[in-house]
Design a protein around this ligand. Structure first.
Ligand SMILES: C[S@@+](CC[C@H](N)C(=O)[O-])C[C@H]1O[C@@H](n2cnc3c(N)ncnc32)[C@H](O)[C@@H]1O
Length: 276
């Protein structure tokens, strides 16, 4: 299984976000602030769920599903959800005593908004507290199923090949950040085309596909990593530059280049396609 392989041939890096740490993801910051508001979102290749949790917690999404091929990463993503919940400030900050522990049980917490005040409160329950005491429990769902943490969940699946139960209800937004190279190298031109078709199929009309494709130059490093990927790469005819044409032929509108985000080798374009 992918979770046991020593070489991360799917881009299934463990500790990915310690190399790419963020408080607010720079790629999401390229999107309009209301982009995810009340939306049903699929995050394909969610890794340890940092982006998925941010969308569910801070962007007002109604529901966010993160899917990844690597089950160990999905377990880490569930843990991340609990950590993010633990760090979230409570509804009524005035109920806290000097140690930052709420008197109110169970604590009700409010949806975070992207304000400076929220940044100040980001460490309400500092990470050191989680190390000592463990994360706070997730409260019962009650009527808050569209509010973090209840609006975020994860699945293990090879989403190019397999459906997940959540796909039965159409999505408003599908995210594919830093995953196209891995799909392309593992499943070839047919695989990446199948992936784009699947994204089209699961989106509502007018739905958004947000793609952060990796440059062809970056394929070389992945090929050096593994003989099968190197072999697979020899038969590739499509290049990342062709993705725009393929997506339009499938039924998406013209690409909207939102800009580039990330530092060093992670500096990549973020593109938006709307399903016609
Ligand atoms: C380089 S990481 C990017 C993580 C995250 N999307 C981000 O940009 O912050 C690529 C992720 O895609 C996952 N992945 C690769 N192929 C996949 C597939 N066919 N189905 C689901 N997940 C996949 C990998 O396990 C890995 O966690």
């Amino acid at each position: 299984m992918p979770s046991n392989v020593a070489v991360p041939v799917y881009g299934n890096y463990h500790g990915y976000y310690s190399k790419r740490p963020f408080i607010r993801d720079h790629r999401l910051a390229l999107l309009p602030t209301s982009f995810f508001s009340e939306k049903r979102v699929l995050d394909v290749g969610c890794n340890e769920g940092w982006v998925t949790c941010e969308i569910g917690q801070s962007w007002g999404a109604q529901r966010v599903i993160g899917v990844d091929i690597d089950d160990t990463l999905i377990r880490a993503a569930w843990k991340r959800r609990r950590t993010v919940w633990s760090l979230q400030a409570p509804d009524d900050h005035s109920t806290c005593d000097v140690d930052g522990v709420s008197d109110a049980e169970p604590p009700t917490k409010r949806r975070r908004k992207s304000t400076e005040k929220e940044d100040e409160l980001a460490d309400y329950f500092p990470a050191s507290c989680e190390h000592v005491h463990g994360p706070l429990p997730i409260p019962p769902q009650t009527d808050k199923k569209h509010v973090f943490p209840h609006n975020v969940s994860f699945r293990t699946a090879d989403w190019v090949q397999d459906e997940i139960p959540e796909d039965d209800t159409p999505y408003d937004v599908v995210l594919a950040f830093s995953i196209s190279k891995w799909i392309h190298l593992n499943s070839g031109d047919a695989g990446i085309t199948k992936f784009f078709n699947r994204v089209h199929n699961v989106l509502k009309p007018g739905g958004a596909f947000v793609l952060e494709p990796q440059d062809w130059d970056t394929y070389a490093k992945a090929k050096r990593m593994d003989e099968t990927l190197k072999e697979n790469a020899k038969s590739l005819k499509l290049l990342p530059e062709d993705f725009e044409t393929i997506l339009q032929s499938i039924g998406f509108g013209p690409v909207q280049h939102l800009g580039s985000a990330g530092e060093g080798g992670f500096h990549r374009p973020v593109d938006l396609y709307i399903k016609l």
